[in-house]
Write a protein that binds this ligand. Structure first.
Ligand code: PMP
Ligand code: GLN
Length: 380
């Protein structure tokens, strides 16, 4: 393994999901639903397979039906207009979009400011691009970014701001005023913004605000999303990028040599999913809100300090009130102690002290599974 990737051996998600399987534990670690997405979307994939749509290499930028559906979705929910031919790119999940964007846009030595805790692929992709990550640490209890600190982190080498709202793992949702301040800094310092919005439909109170909609941002923002979260098909790995033509063209160049294309039949099915009526999105959110409260109440009753998330399907907790200090040790022993798997937030920090006692649980599971998990955790 080369120096860029040293220390990045196995992702925490792979490690913890393997531990869940090996010990037969309830897996509240890796974020994937235990119920598949809408039947009609699954049937659309089956139909595409049977009809031979997408069984051979689809077009590199993605099938036109999906690119049109992505553009329509951006218009319908955010009033943003994108040309499906020049401003939309289909990727193999958001993960590939992140990789292709960073590999395409960064020069070696460029600095990237990103919220810490980081989703794990950010650090790896910044490293693969030979760039330097500069963390802006989000701190408990609010996890709100300190925008003065953000300003102070900008140097002549800063090239890009990598933001994520709703934020994994904290559940932070950036407010319009925070987005406006970030946008102003980007314009003032002529920075690119890559924004990971995979949880755009999992915002419980305030609604999702894409930074691309703000003044001066349309030309400098690469927005990323994915069907995995919104439609509960994490295994399909269909994601997308929307951006101005020059940026999409750059990201497409990198993407061509990573995967060339992602699975064809699923792209046709996701095109149908993006056109589901508003009721689908409302029900998804309402169900997850109920699950959030179920898990949050259970974790509080079990003695965890709970930081209520405004978005995503994750809850970050502090284990200090349980007499525990180290989230990594806690998560490694949890399956044996009570048959539950969680993720230690420390692995998403450079400043491991800031995340040492924090542990993340996902609530995208059936109510009965969440109830059983909190009963087990209460016996700790
Ligand atoms: N970004 C964030 C913040 C995530 O939590 C995830 C995990 N699903 C991804 C990107 C990756 O998404 P995908 O599965 O579509 O590659
Ligand atoms: N995004 C998912 C999570 O945070 C995991 C995806 C993955 O395993 N790479 O749990």
């Amino acid at each position: 393994l080369n120096r860029r990737l040293s220390g990045m051996g196995t992702t925490i998600f792979a490690e913890m999901s393997a531990l869940a399987t090996a010990t037969g534990s309830i897996n509240l670690g890796q974020g994937f639903p235990d119920t598949d997405g809408p039947e009609e979307v699954r049937e659309a994939a089956v139909r595409a397979l049977r009809e031979g749509r997408g069984n051979q290499y689809p077009p590199g930028p993605g099938v036109p039906e999906l690119r049109r559906a992505v553009a329509e979705h951006q218009q319908r929910f955010y009033g943003l207009t994108f040309d499906p031919d020049t401003e939309v790119l289909v990727t193999a999940g958001a993960t590939e979009a992140i990789a292709a964007a960073l590999l395409a846009l960064l020069e070696p030595g460029d600095e990237v400011i990103a919220f810490e805790p980081f989703y794990d692929s950010y650090a790896a992709c910044i490293a693969m691009a030979g760039a330097v990550r500069v963390p802006l640490t989000l701190r408990a209890p609010s996890f709100r970014p300190d925008l003065d600190e953000l300003r102070s982190l900008i140097t002549p080498r800063t090239r890009l701001l990598l933001i994520n709202t709703p934020h994994n793992p904290t559940g932070l949702v950036l407010e319009p005023a925070e987005l406006a301040a970030i946008a102003e800094l980007a314009v003032e310092h002529d920075l690119l913004v890559v924004t990971d919005e995979v949880y755009e439909h999992l915002v419980f109170a305030t609604g999702h605000h894409p930074i691309a909609a703000l003044p001066g941002m349309r030309e400098r923002t690469v927005s990323i999303s994915s069907a995995g979260k919104t439609f509960s098909f994490t295994g399909w790995k269909v994601g997308w990028v929307t951006a101005a033509p020059a940026l999409v063209s750059a990201v497409r160049t990198a993407k061509q040599y990573l995967t060339y294309v992602s699975a064809g039949p699923f792209q046709y099915a996701v095109a149908e999913a993006l056109r589901l009526p508003d009721g689908y999105f409302d029900t998804l959110r309402a169900d997850l809100l109920r699950k959030r409260d179920l898990l949050a109440d259970g974790l509080s009753a079990a003695g965890f300090r709970v930081f209520e998330p405004a978005g995503t399907y994750f809850i970050t907790t502090d284990i200090t009130p349980l007499g525990e200090k180290d989230g990594i040790e806690f998560c490694r022993s949890l399956p044996e102690r009570c048959g539950v798997v969680a993720i230690p937030n420390a692995v998403f920090y450079d400043d491991t002290e800031a995340g040492r006692s924090l542990v993340r649980f996902t609530f995208c599971k059936q109510d009965s599974v969440l109830t059983e998990a909190v009963e087990r955790l209460a016996r700790l």
